[in-house]
Ligand binder design. Structure first.
Ligand code: 13P
Length: 254
């Protein structure tokens, strides 16, 4: 059966009260909606354990929004992949454009994180995507290639098995301007073909999510595209009602 990967990236949002009410209500729906979808919730680091306790008996996985490149030591304020693994995290988002832009993360740094995550048998959700300017200048493919090349350069071939790639055009994030699903389909195809050229992986095993202003009114056409294997959702994952609507639409289409 085809699986569809829906990741909630809560970013710097949520609090104890919101988490309690979110999962209290989600529990009532889990058996109906979550069997065909793989649902991953990525709360802020401080709430990871709290969320883990809530999802323990549900078919939902825990995701982290970031990780350090060191496993332990004198690195004040950081969280290591070993610690994430220790508390039940399975997926780790890396390379999000907010980290690339606001925290100056480079392709090189992101490839180090990718390497570490794989070493510990966690699953990276590698975010890639172009700015509005890149898009206007026809640079989308060039940017994506560079974002993927750094991974190949550091890790060699056969690295994209058991990995999720999230294509998030930066101009579509948090703007209400989602990309055109048909354009996204073509870019996902490009990503898969490019990876296939370098990696022995079977095309069907390359998983690419789309992220950027997804909501229940625009999601259907994205889910219908053959090479969109999931969604990385920001704002719409904070409201349980909205998030459930999206999950239900995916459940009905897949
Ligand atoms: P929005 O869904 O709020 O546009 O955010 C997308 C995103 O950045 C998910 O990682």
């Amino acid at each position: 059966m085809k699986k569809f990967f829906i990741t909630a990236n809560w970013k710097l949002n949520g609090n104890i009260k919101m988490i309690s009410s979110f999962f209290e209500r989600l529990k009532l729906y889990s058996s109906v909606f979550l069997e065909k979808n793989i649902v991953i919730i990525a709360p802020p680091t401080i709430y990871l354990e709290r969320v883990y306790k809530n999802i323990k008996n549900m078919n939902i996985f825990l995701g982290a929004q970031n990780v350090d490149i060191n496993l332990q030591g004198a690195f004040t304020g950081e969280t290591s992949a070993l610690m994430l693994q220790d508390i039940g995290v399975k997926y780790v988002i890396i390379g999000h454009s907010e980290r690339r832009l606001l925290h100056h993360e480079t392709n090189d740094l992101i490839s180090k994180k990718f390497h570490l995550i794989k070493e510990l048998n966690l699953i990276p959700i590698l975010c890639i995507g172009e700015t509005e300017r890149d898009k206007k200048n026809g640079q989308t493919q060039k940017i994506i290639k560079a974002q993927l090349n750094c991974i190949f350069k550091k890790l060699g071939k056969s690295v994209f098995n058991n990995t999720i790639i999230a294509y998030e055009p930066i101009w579509a994030i948090g703007t209400g301007l989602s990309a055109d699903p048909k354009d996204v389909q073509l870019i996902h195809q490009f990503i898969k073909n490019y990876i296939k050229k370098h990696d022995k992986i079977n095309t069907n095993d390359i998983l690419v999510q789309y992220g950027g202003s997804i909501n229940h009114t625009n999601v259907k056409k994205f889910i219908e595209q053959p090479d969109i294997n999931g969604l990385l959702i920001g704002n719409s994952s904070l409201s349980l009602q909205e998030f459930l609507k999206i999950i239900k639409i995916a459940h009905d289409i897949i």
